[in-house]
Ligand binder design. Structure first.
Ligand code: ZN
Length: 859
C-alpha cells in the first residue's frame, strides 16, 4: 500500500493537457493469480510544442523492463518512484515504448486494479486503478485504441475476456491458451477491463432499430446461471429505451456483463464489458426483494446508458465526474420512471436525496458537484456528484422542456464524440438547443450546500394582490437559476392557478389575486416535484399544509405535504412537549383510506417517516426522544385504523411472485399494513408476521416479516432469525440482508455486531458483508450515536482493520462520522479522539487521511 505522505492534492485550477499521449496500446497479460506479467506496447505522441520528460503513472508495480523504439533503455534514461516512472529524454515526437512489470492479484485486497474474486481475476480501474496494473498515462483525457492478448492456464481460466470484439484464440505448446480482443473505440484507461476465470456463460440477443444483431452475454460463477433472466430483460429494455427516447443505438456487436462477488461499488461501465456487483445482477423471486429487482433494472440501465454518456463522450478530468454521473443518473431515473410509476419513482429519488445528499451538503464533506480539489478521487463518488448532479440535469431539462433537452443531448453526443470534455461543453450544447444562453446555470456546478429558500408574503392593498417573495437566503453565495413549479389553492382545495417560473438570481416575486369577496390569501404549493434541488423553509400553518396534503393533484407534492404535516406535528411536540396537531394527521389519513390510489403510491403515503428522515428534516438529533415520539405515533395510527389495516392486509395477502406493478403494489401495501398491525399494543398480530415469513413466496414478504419482528423486539425474534438463516445459509446475497437486519434498527446493537462478525459467513474482505454489517450499524443512529460513545469506538476499530485491507471501503465507513459534530454531550469529543487515533495509523491510506482530516476539523 502506498503511504499517504507522498500523495498530492489535485486542484481544478492546476489542470493542464498532458504533454504526451498514447494513442494505441497492445497489452499482454500472462495470467497467474500470484504473479501476473503485464506488458504494454504504446505508440507515444507529443501533444505540445517541444519534447520534455514523459511521465507514466504506476503504483505497487514490480518493474521489469523498459524499451524505447525496441531498444532496452539504460537505467540512467529513466527514474522510478512510488507514483510512477519518468523518461527523461524521449527519443522523438513519435515513438514506441514497451514496458513490462509484474503484479500480484491474489494479494490485492483493495479491489482496485487487477484482483482476485472467488475463482476469477477481474479489474476495476475507475478512476485510477489502471496504474496498479501497468505503467501508463492514467488520466481520462488520454484515449487509446486497445489491442489485448491474454494468456493463461485453460484449467484456471477457461474464459478470458476484455473490451470490444473477440478476435481469435490459440492453444500454445506449453499447454496455455491465448486470446485476442480488440476494441475499435478509443477509450481512456479507466474503461479498460479484463476478466478471466471459471465462469458460466449465459446468452441472449437484441436487434437494434437498424436491424443489427447484438449478442448479449452474462457471465456468472457456477450455480448462479438461473438468476440472470431479469438482468437480461432489464438490459433489453434499457437498449430499447435509449433508442426510443434519444435515438441512441448500441455500437458494438457484443455486450457483456460479469457478476463479481467482491466489488467496491455497484457496477462499472467498461466498454462492452460491464462489471457488476453480483447483488445487482442475480435475482429470482425467492431470493430477491422488489427493491432489489428495481435496483437491478436501474443499475443495468445506468451502466448501459454510460456507453454514450461517459464512454463515447468522456471526461477531460476527474473534477468533471458529474458530467457523466449526474447525467447518467438522470437518464436512469427517467428510464425507471417510464418503466414503473413516475410519481413513485420521483418520491423515492427525492426521499433519497433528502436523507443522504442534503446532510452531506451541510456537513464536513460538503463539496460542489464539480469539486475544487481532491487528494483521493475515490472519495468523490458521492451522493452530491451523483444525485445532486442528476438534479441539476433535471433542472436543465425543466428549463428546456424534454424535447429540447433531447436535442441538446444529441448535439452534445455528436459534436464531442470521441473526446474528453467538461460540463461547459454540455451546457453549450444545451444552450444551442435552447436557442439562447441559460444564465447562472454554471454556478450550480460551483456552489456547494443546499440552497435554502425562504417565502414571505404580504397583501398589496392597491392591486388587491398577494405578493409572495421567494428568496435564496444565502446572500453571499453564487446566484443560481431555479425552476419553480407552483400551484395556488383556495381553502376549498381547488386550484386557482398554476405555472412554472424561472427564477434568475436571489429573489422572485409571485403576485396572485386574493380570491373571494375577502381577497383571501391563496395557499401556495412551491417547487412541486422538487423542481429545483432546494430546501424550502416554510412557515405555513398546519391547516394550510393539510389542504395541500389532501388536495394536491400532483402526487409527488401531495406526498411531501403529508410528510410536512407529520414534521410539523413533531416539531410542535419537540418545542412544547405536547401537541394538538396529531388529530390533523389522523383526519388526513382517514380521507386517504377512501381514495382509489395506486397500491405502491398508497403504501408510500401510509409509511411513517423513518427516524433518520425525521431527524434530518427537523435537524434534531435527540434520537431516543424522536424514536419515542415516532413509535407513539405509529401505535396511535395502528389503533385508530386497525380495521383498515387488517382489511388491507387480507385484501393483499395472496400475491403472485412476479414482477408486475400490481403484484409489487400488493406486496408493499401488505407489508405496510403488517408493520402497523405489529404495533398494536396486544401483540396479537405477531402470528401474522411469523406465518408470512414461513409461507413467503417472494423475498419481499419473507425479509419484511423478519425485519419487523426484529424491530419490535418480538418474543419470536431469535426463532425467526434462526429460521431465516437455516433457509438461506447457502446464498451469500440473502445473508447480507440477514446480517443487516440484525443491526440496522434499534439501540444497543454492538454486542450482536461483535457476535456476527465472528460468524463463519462474515468476511472482512468482502465489501458487501462489510456494508451489510458495519455500514448498517453505523447508519442506525440509535446504536451508532449511543451517548456512551461505544458506537464510535466500535466503528473506529473496524476502520483501522479495514485501512490495511481496503482503503476505499474504510474511507466510506469513516464518512459516517460526519454526523458526529451535530450530536450532543461528549459525542463530538469522543468522535474526535477516535478519528485522531485512526490518523496515527502507521500506514494510513490517503483515502482515510483526506476524510478524517475534514471531519476532525468539524469537531
Ligand atoms: Zn455511473
Amino acid at each position: 500500500m502506498t503511504s499517504s505522505s507522498s500523495s498530492p492534492v489535485h486542484k481544478i485550477e492546476d489542470y493542464s493537457p498532458n504533454l504526451w499521449s498514447t494513442s494505441k496500446v497492445h497489452l499482454r497479460f500472462d495470467l497467474d493469480p500470484h504473479l501476473t506479467v503485464v506488458r504494454a506496447d504504446y505508440e507515444v505522441k507529443l501533444n505540445g510544442e517541444s519534447i520534455g520528460p514523459l511521465f507514466l503513472n504506476g503504483e505497487n508495480l514490480e518493474f521489469l523492463s523498459l524499451r524505447l523504439n525496441g531498444t532496452i533503455a539504460d537505467p540512467s534514461e529513466y527514474e522510478i518512484s512510488e507514483l510512477g516512472l519518468v523518461v527523461f529524454h524521449p527519443p522523438g515526437a513519435n515513438f514506441h515504448l514497451t514496458i513490462e512489470n509484474r503484479i500480484c492479484p491474489s494479494k490485492n485486497t483493495s479491489l482496485e486494479g487487477l484482483y482476485k474474486s472467488g475463482s476469477m481475476l477481474c479489474t476495476q480501474n475507475e478512476p485510477e486503478g489502471f496504474r496498479k496494473i501497468v505503467y501508463s498515462i492514467d488520466r481520462p483525457d488520454n484515449m487509446m485504441r486497445f489491442f489485448v492478448t491474454i494468456s493463461g492456464d485453460p484449467n484456471l481460466f477457461p474464459v478470458m475476456l476484455s473490451n470490444g470484439n473477440f478476435i481469435t484464440e490459440r492453444n500454445l505448446p506449453d499447454g496455455k491458451k491465448e486470446v485476442d480482443w480488440e476494441d475499435p473505440f478509443p477509450k481512456p484507461t479507466y474503461l479498460f477491463a479484463l476478466v478471466a476465470g471459471e465462469l458460466v456463460e449465459t446468452n441472449d440477443e437484441f436487434i437494434t432499430k437498424s436491424a443489427k444483431k447484438v449478442t448479449l452475454k452474462i457471465f456468472v460463477e457456477k450455480g448462479n446461471e438461473n438468476k440472470v433472466n431479469f438482468a437480461f430483460d432489464s438490459l433489453k429494455k434499457a437498449m430499447k429505451w435509449d433508442e426510443d427516447t434519444f435515438g441512441l443505438e448500441y455500437d458494438l456487436d457484443l455486450f457483456m456483463i460479469v457478476a463479481v462477488e467482491d466489488f467496491n461499488m455497484g457496477a462499472m461501465e467498461n466498454k462492452g464489458l460491464n462489471l457488476f456487483n453480483a447483488k445487482l445482477v442475480l435475482a429470482d423471486k425467492k431470493s430477491a426483494t422488489d427493491e432489489t429487482f428495481e435496483s437491478i433494472m436501474a443499475v443495468i440501465g445506468h451502466e448501459y446508458f454510460h456507453n454514450w454518456t461517459g464512454n463515447r463522450v468522456t471526461l477531460r478530468n476527474w473534477f468533471n465526474l458529474t458530467l457523466k454521473e449526474g447525467l447518467t443518473v438522470f437518464r436512469d431515473q427517467w428510464f425507471t420512471e417510464d418503466m414503473t410509476d413516475p410519481d413513485v419513482k420521483r418520491i423515492k429519488d427525492i426521499l433519497f436525496l433528502k436523507e443522504h445528499q442534503f446532510p452531506e451538503d451541510q456537513g464536513p464533506m460538503s463539496h460542489p458537484i464539480v469539486p475544487k480539489s481532491y487528494t483521493e478521487m475515490n472519495n468523490f463518488y458521492t451522493v452530491t456528484v451523483y444525485e445532486k448532479g442528476a438534479e441539476v440535469i433535471r433542472l436543465v431539462s425543466e428549463i428546456l422542456g424534454r424535447e429540447n433537452f433531447k436535442k441538446g443531448l444529441i448535439d452534445y453526443l455528436t459534436r464531442y464524440d470521441g473526446q474528453g470534455v467538461t460540463f461547459e461543453e454540455f451546457i453549450s450544447s444545451m444552450e444551442r438547443a435552447f436557442g439562447k444562453p441559460i444564465p447562472l446555470l454554471s454556478n450550480w456546478y460551483h456552489r456547494s450546500g443546499t440552497p435554502k429558500i425562504q417565502v414571505k408574503d404580504h397583501f398589496d392593498e392597491t392591486t388587491k394582490e398577494w405578493v409572495f417573495t421567494i428568496s435564496d437566503r444565502d446572500s453571499d453565495a453564487l446566484p443560481l437559476i431555479f425552476v419553480n413549479s407552483y400551484a395556488a389553492f383556495g381553502s376549498d382545495g381547488k386550484i386557482l392557478s398554476e405555472g412554472k417560473r424561472i427564477q434568475e438570481g436571489k429573489v422572485d416575486e409571485i403576485r396572485l389575486c386574493g380570491y373571494g369577496p375577502s381577497y383571501a390569501k391563496p395557499i401556495l404549493s412551491l417547487f412541486r416535484g422538487l423542481s429545483s434541488p432546494v430546501s424550502l423553509e416554510s412557515t405555513m400553518p398546519i391547516e394550510e399544509i393539510q389542504i395541500l396534503a389532501e388536495n394536491e393533484p400532483d402526487g409527488v407534492s401531495r406526498f411531501f405535504n403529508f410528510q410536512n404535516l407529520i414534521f410539523s406535528w413533531m416539531d410542535d411536540l419537540i418545542q412544547n412537549g405536547k401537541s394538538e396537531r396529531f388529530s390533523i394527521i389522523i383526519d388526513t389519513l382517514r380521507s386517504c383510506f377512501k381514495k382509489d390510489w395506486d397500491k405502491t403510491y398508497f403504501s408510500f403515503f401510509l409509511s411513517f417517516p423513518s427516524l433518520s428522515q425525521i431527524s434530518e428534516q427537523l435537524q434534531c438529533y435527540d434520537y431516543l426522544k424522536l424514536e419515542t415520539y415516532r413509535k407513539d405515533a405509529i401505535k396511535t395510527i395502528s389503533a385508530q385504523f386497525s380495521k383498515e389495516f387488517q382489511y388491507l392486509y387480507e385484501e393483499n395477502r395472496k400475491t403472485i411472485p412476479i414482477q408486475t406493478k400490481e403484484e409489487i403494489g400488493k406486496r408493499r401495501l401488505k407489508n405496510t399494513s403488517l408493520y402497523y398491525l405489529l404495533h398494536d399494543p396486544t401483540s396479537k398480530f405477531e402470528g401474522l408476521a411469523i406465518a408470512q415469513q414461513r409461507e413467503a413466496k417472494h423475498m419481499s414478504e419473507e425479509i419484511s416479516a423478519l425485519r419487523y419482528l426484529i424491530e419490535i423486539e418480538s418474543k419470536a425474534k431469535e426463532n425467526v432469525v434462526t429460521l431465516f438463516y437455516d433457509h438461506w445459509k447457502h446464498d451469500a446475497l440473502v445473508l447480507d440482508s440477514w446480517f443487516a437486519a440484525q443491526v440496522g434498527f434499534g439501540e444497543n446493537k454492538s454486542k450482536i455486531l461483535e457476535t456476527l462478525e465472528l460468524h463463519p459467513k462474515f468476511n472482512l474482505k468482502n465489501p458487501n458483508k462489510v456494508r451489510s454489517l458495519y455500514f448498517s450499524y453505523a447508519r442506525n443512529p440509535l446504536s451508532f450515536h449511543d451517548k456512551t460513545g461505544i458506537g464510535y469506538q466500535i466503528i473506529a476499530e473496524r476502520i483501522k482493520r479495514l485501512n490495511g485491507i481496503n482503503p476505499q471501503v474504510a474511507a466510506g465507513l469513516a464518512k459516517l462520522f460526519s454526523a458526529a459534530s451535530k450530536q450532543k454531550g461528549d459525542l463530538p469529543n469522543i468522535a474526535k479522539r477516535e478519528l485522531e487515533e485512526i490518523q496515527n495509523l502507521p500506514n494510513l491510506s490517503k483515502d482515510l487521511r483526506e476524510v478524517t482530516e475534514k471531519i476532525v476539523n468539524s469537531l
